[in-house]
Design a protein around this ligand. Sequence first.
Ligand code: FAD
Length: 463
Amino acid sequence: MTSCPINLVWLRNDLRLHDHPIIQPLAAQGECPGLAVVFILPRHWQEPDQQGQTRLGLAKTRFLRACLIDVQRSLYDQNIRLNLLYGDPVELLQRWYSEQPFHLHTASAQAPEEAAWLEQITAFAPVSTYATQTLFHSEQLQPLLNDTAWPASYTAFSRWLEQHQRLADIATPLPPPLLRARPHEAPFRAAVQWPDHQLHHIPTWSGRVPVSSFHGGEDAGMRHLSRYLWRDNAIRHYKDSRNQLGGSGFASQLSPWLAWGALSVRRVWADIQHWESNNPDHEHSGWLKKELLWREYFHWTLRLKGAAVFRNTSPQSFDETRWQAWCNARTGYPVIDAGLRELIHTGYSANRMRQWLASFFIHQLGLDWRMGAAFFEQHLIDFDVASNWGNWAYIAGSGQDPRGGRFFQLNQQLERYDPQLTHLQQWLPELGTPTLPQVLQHQSGKRLLPNWLAPLPPVNPVE
Ligand SMILES: Cc1cc2nc3c(=O)[nH]c(=O)nc-3n(C[C@H](O)[C@H](O)[C@H](O)COP(=O)(O)OP(=O)(O)OC[C@H]3O[C@@H](n4cnc5c(N)ncnc54)[C@H](O)[C@@H]3O)c2cc1C
């Protein structure tokens, strides 16, 4: 055992080098302590839950792997190896510590699972935590961070930020580091085993999956950000187009990189502000910043409320037929089946579609919203524990700001957001070319289309 403890950086949802509040300051330190960087793929992410769902669907796994390859390359350029381990994080770190003591540096916990890891690790090693995922540090929100003071709604949260001028206080993003520390490697190997997706059930579909514009990694994320803001200037219509179901630049589509921390949210914020300094009209950019604050709100809510966010307060029953129809994108509602296919095959869907899917799952299929949230967790390339579970709880009426949930009337929504049936036909080509009224009639069970399944009867009347 070497006596001089090294600095061990445990990367989790902060797979980048720019604006990295852990790596940047450590980079400046000299020879001893040395520096090691690790990412651990938890084994249990691949263990199926009661319904056979894991946390690593195909598209999500691809995105994560690309993020890891990218950060591995950036570290390698600076003579540091990314140690990629597989197993139980606490066990692995304990084993490492017994052979080479370290001071662990890692992101602060978001979910209770991570908080439990950090608590266990603290019992045998010094641990420092950092705000790598959020716009704010906990000190900046301190007066709010207790159960009684935490705002019950997003609106109250954003009002508080304004009143206390916190938006002017967001830290300037740090530049990428120049690493000079002595590199260390894990004293053992625990090779990553990636899921074999041949074994996973992915509903078949004869259509062509569009080439994904999402490629994991900091480099691809930076290029996407710059294209969105500067080359395409698509931010200039954000507020008007953000509710669409797709289309080039309809929304920022930054979420996958933000979720894995391949892009720092402070960097995104700073770049939007830079854009604003060159453009007098801030209506659309302001709305995009507002969405980033929604993300912030969900992140801090989860930290504060912990396990309560994952609880379902209303009684639920399980219906295998309905659940299977959902998993196979065969519910009989064209708009839902199209959305599910897109989600499963690409790992992404627009916010509006996510709202329809969640509302349908909860209020029309009558299934436990937590199963729907876990389904999203498996597939979304931008899975973010706080935003995903927070949004599901919000639509279910289980979370903060409960107004008894949010219900989206599918026919009205379709008429409003996809009247040309563009999204529907892209993802459900079997439908042929029905008219909008024909699809509406099918979805309300009045007159069925010949080439799609009859809709499952809703558990609650919808009209
Ligand atoms: C049921 C449900 C589940 C969701 N699960 C996730 C998830 O796992 N990960 C995730 O990042 N977002 C999630 N969202 C929020 C939102 O749908 C996505 O952030 C957004 O669609 C991503 O696309 P975008 O980057 O183009 O968003 P934009 O409209 O361009 O917004 C910019 C950024 O703001 C943040 N943001 C926007 N809307 C929300 C929101 N409602 N809640 C929290 N943050 C938001 C995201 O970081 C997003 O990248 C979910 C929404 C619903 C209704």
